[in-house]
Write a protein that binds this ligand. Sequence first.
Ligand code: SAM
Ligand code: DTB
Ligand code: SF4
Length: 344
Amino acid sequence: MAAALRHDWQNHEIEALFEQPFNDLLFQAHGVHRQHFDPNAVQVSTLLSIKTGACPEDCKYCSQSGHYNTGLEKEKLLEVEKVLSEAKAAREGGATRFCMGAAWKHPAAKDFPYVLDMVKGVRALGLETCMTLGQLSREQTEALAQAGLDYYNHNIDTSRDYYQHIISTRAFDERLDTLALVREAGIKVCSGGIVGMGESKRDRIGFLRELANLPQHPDSVPINNLVKIAGTPLQNAPDIDPFDFVRMIAVARILMPRSHVRLSAGREQMNEQLQSLCFFAGANSIFYGDRLLTTSNPRESQDMALFARLGIHPEPRKVSEDELEAEFSPPAQVSPLFHDAAAH
Ligand code: SAM
Ligand code: DTB
Ligand code: SF4
């Protein structure tokens, strides 16, 4: 029988997981993974930046912060129609979730009705919806839930102690406040962070401990490997040892056995062998599509080929109860990912 979920992890226990020999850690993580998931299924999400650049926050890793000169061209909030045509293309490509990100500290009242229309429109296409818009008020979380938003992404990014070295324009606890509002509104939580920002091993432990000890584990946990952006204070951050990156995935899997752990930004800088180790260690979600928000991602055809070589298939989208009640049938998804993987 699967062990009960824990929310009382101590630093020394997490440290002991990390300190195990690599093979022991991977064996344990993969065992946990198999207890809870099909080990050959990977959830596939596509990202779109719906409002780019000129962000008032000073996150030291980000191409979109207005505090640094990264040469990024800023863009106003995209038209709803444009977002829907991108979502359609993502669906045709085989994605089951569409994640929309905006470079805001928090959404402004004038933009919010458009954001709600995006949620409704993307959902009507038969895709799961995810938004990441910064800090939210209770009214906003409730309106998003009402519009049918499935997931809200709001990363804690690193340990509580290291946070102030990475972002000075907001406090760690404000992130937790928004996460609590998202949960209370009944929206699924997506929260994770970044490694490779010069953080210590202790910070990596503290970061995962913070997520695992939330009252409820995030449904989705993105682990990003820093994409170094010229012009940001972290442009020359030291690379994380690739085996330590795999260890992060493995420990996240053990601490949060039922959450999807996403191998997120930074895949383009990883070879396929490293990515497959991450899948073995318990990663079961990726960002799929040639672009992340402002940087590039492996080409779709490359990911399809990798899935096929590994015998991995995309995880089918779960149809929600209200959709079933409305006898909604999502458009038949002729997923090239699935067909390619099945052909091998
Ligand atoms: N502005 C909103 C916020 O910060 O909550 C949403 C968008 S923001 C770009 C979403 C997440 O993307 C960040 O929390 C961070 O974890 C990740 N991210 C941003 N830039 C990154 C980079 N250069 N490398 C890796 N991850 C990055
Ligand atoms: C997350 O954890 N990673 C995504 C998503 N949530 C919004 C963003 C990655 C951004 C990578 C850098 C860029 O493309 O700007
Ligand atoms: Fe703004 Fe989000 Fe980038 Fe921070 S991570 S600068 S909040 S877009």
